[in-house]
Design a protein. Structure first.
Length: 263
């Protein structure tokens, strides 16, 4: 495990199927790190603008920022098929990857509160993984779809896109195409939001999101019942690069940890 700086560590998280996820862990500087809050940041799906080799690289900066400004432990991993992580894209296996990262973060930091924050597809799969782990305190999703039914309507187009952007590299993958396609209807953030309650949920969405309709954000928030729904006026899909969205996210996380401390 190589160390990049005093508080930032390059790490490997083992996920299902023997996949190894490339990641970075930024540790809180407090004397008693094991009593710090922890957060997992998850990136979205590669696009024509940001291919699989580059997607998620900017999450490291977000980890360093919350450690520096709020003294949190922060972890980010690159999903299978992305960056230097091994494996090939599968929506269900991305949920496995998020679950593996949650387990790793718990074991490494033993926090008194743990949050999962994901952008786009990363938010939806992170929410699906979080509901299965009672130690997750809350979840934040930004620009995330309520479901993947639109992908399921044309899975061959998605498969072609996945090969084009490099998140699937092997010509023989997936070995079971029908199973790979079926997963697209099985991962549903709207159902996961309902299961997450009464744990906290922040739903962030750009009012001008060109990739995911803002109606999806309302569906997810309504399913939860008491979610904090925030629209970023004029914001697009890439909320990771919108300073207003990041300010809302980090402020929400800070209030969450303070509320937990008061309780």
């Amino acid at each position: 495990m190589a160390q990049d700086s005093e508080q930032l560590e390059r790490i490997t998280v083992r996920s299902s199927g023997g996949v190894e996820l490339d990641g970075h862990l930024s540790r809180a500087a407090t004397a008693d790190r094991r009593k710090s809050a922890s957060v997992l940041f998850l990136h979205g799906f590669p696009s024509a603008d940001v291919w699989a080799d580059k997607i998620g690289a900017d999450m490291v900066e977000l980890c360093e920022r919350i450690t520096r400004d709020q003294d949190w432990n922060a972890l980010t991993v690159r999903f299978r098929g992305c960056g230097e992580s091994t494996g090939e894209f599968s929506l269900a296996r991305w949920v496995d990857d998020a679950s593996a990262a949650i387990r790793f973060l718990k074991a490494e930091t033993k926090p008194n509160g743990l949050w999962v924050c994901g952008f786009g597809t990363g938010g939806a799969v992170g929410l699906a993984a979080a509901v299965e782990d009672p130690d997750v305190t809350g979840v934040a999703v930004a620009g995330s779809p309520a479901d993947f039914d639109d992908w399921a309507e044309d899975p061959d187009r998605l498969l072609g896109h996945a090969r084009e952007v490099g998140v699937i590299k092997g010509s023989s993958f997936p070995p079971n195409v029908d199973r790979w396609k079926a997963e697209l209807r099985e991962v549903r953030a709207v159902e996961a939001a309902e299961q997450l309650a009464p744990r906290s949920l922040l739903v962030l969405h750009g009012s001008e999101d060109e990739a995911v309709p803002h109606f999806d954000a309302r569906l997810v928030a309504d399913a939860h019942g008491s979610a904090d729904l925030r629209f970023i006026a004029g914001g697009g899909h890439q909320l990771r690069h919108d300073p207003r969205a990041i300010a809302v996210l980090l402020g929400w996380l800070d209030r969450q940890s303070l509320d937990l401390s008061d309780r």
